[in-house]
Design a protein around this ligand. Structure first.
Ligand SMILES: Cc1cc2nc3c(=O)[nH]c(=O)nc-3n(C[C@H](O)[C@H](O)[C@H](O)COP(=O)(O)OP(=O)(O)OC[C@H]3O[C@@H](n4cnc5c(N)ncnc54)[C@H](O)[C@@H]3O)c2cc1C
Ligand SMILES: NC(=O)c1ccc[n+]([C@@H]2O[C@H](COP(=O)([O-])OP(=O)(O)OC[C@H]3O[C@@H](n4cnc5c(N)ncnc54)[C@H](OP(=O)(O)O)[C@@H]3O)[C@@H](O)[C@H]2O)c1
Length: 267
């Protein structure tokens, strides 16, 4: 860690689940014992001290490397923020965070942030949520918080990951879809070995937006009327899906004009 100053940690890794060697779910408990209120779709930053410059003047305060993580838990789970982290090889923060056991100390934002929420989407709409990798986290929170509340007419979750082993919330989504008619779910794997037992779709998540495929998942065609599409994760996916949907009448939501296409780029 290479710092001579006392480190003002303010949170603890309360629980850690190793989904596989590249994917972890961490529950981060603030020292106050309770999370701050948030809207599903928001994120918190985690931080780790920046190394001190060996030749520089003695530091007067700890400086942090901070990165953002979408909250997967429902705001009703007040004891900790549930976060889903991919290990970026050679990354600044994730190799550090992946080493931390349960009970380790970390730095966490005092208050969640972000605008990738349902605040600008009227009630009773069809929400089509398209995620790659850990971009599933905001939709996990939305499902957990709003299922059965009437907040949406239908929630269709389409999730693309490299392999089936990366689909950490697959069982939960399948269970939600089988017990709630308004929840629809499909996953697709892009690098699943041909020899594996995965019987689901193979390819990239755009394939699930194709006409008949989408109808078979959502039970209705993908049309702009009363539907909002939310995209989260890999920025290349966001660019590609925007290019698919904008010619089909979906309009980007923005500060100046409301629309029915929303996104959160992870990098
Ligand atoms: C609003 C927001 C929410 C985010 N939520 C999450 C989240 O819930 N889970 C999560 O794992 N990451 C999330 N990220 C990404 C996260 O903030 C970091 O960028 C990521 O953990 C890498 O940090 P690093 O310091 O290890 O890598 P860096 O040294 O910062 O390297 C960044 C590079 O890593 C790659 N990268 C970054 N994030 C990912 C990712 N999730 N999957 C694959 N490759 C990636 C990109 O090539 C990027 O250029 C979010 C980003 C934003 C802006
Ligand atoms: N998940 C793993 O098995 C694994 C293993 C080792 C290391 N890692 C590391 O973990 C980090 C996170 O990887 P990740 O797999 O979670 O995230 P990712 O690289 O963003 O990939 C997630 C999914 O997004 C897809 N995707 C990429 N570009 C797309 C586009 N333009 N349109 C639609 N879909 C697109 C990928 O398909 P493609 O497969 O076709 O790109 C994959 O299915 C990376 O740094 C990686 O090196 C992951």
């Amino acid at each position: 860690m290479n710092t001579t100053l006392p480190i003002p940690w303010n949170a603890t890794v309360a629980r850690r689940v190793d989904v596989n060697e590249s994917l972890r779910i961490l529950w981060i408990r603030p020292d106050s014992g309770s999370i701050q209120p948030f809207e599903p779709g928001q994120f918190v930053q985690l931080g780790w001290p920046k190394p001190e410059h060996p030749a520089g003047p003695p530091p007067t305060r700890v400086r942090w490397n901070k990165r953002s993580y979408s909250i997967a838990s429902s705001p009703e789970e007040t004891g900790a923020y549930e976060l889903c982290l991919a290990h970026v090889h050679g990354g600044v923060l994730t190799p550090q965070l992946f080493e931390q056991p349960e009970g380790a100390r970390v730095w966490c934002d005092d208050a969640p942030k972000g605008h990738f929420t349902l605040a600008r989407i009227p009630e009773g709409r069809h929400l089509v949520c398209v995620a790659t990798g850990t971009g599933i986290a905001p939709f996990t929170s939305m499902l957990r918080r709003y299922r059965g509340t009437g907040r949406f007419r239908k929630l269709t979750i389409l999730w693309g990951a490299r392999g089936s082993a990366d689909l950490a919330y697959d069982a939960e989504f399948r269970a939600a879809a089988s017990s709630n008619a308004e929840v629809r779910y499909a996953a697709i794997a892009s690098r699943e070995p041909a020899s594996s037992t995965w019987s689901g779709a193979r390819g990239r998540v755009q394939a699930l937006l194709d006409g008949a495929t989408f109808v078979s998942i959502a039970g209705e065609p993908l049309e702009p009327f009363d539907t909002h599409v939310l995209l989260c994760g890999n920025p290349a996916m966001i660019d590609d899906v925007r290019a698919l949907l904008e010619p089909r009448g979906f309009v980007l939501d923005g500060a100046k004009a409301s629309g029915n296409l929303h996104f959160e780029r992870y990098w």
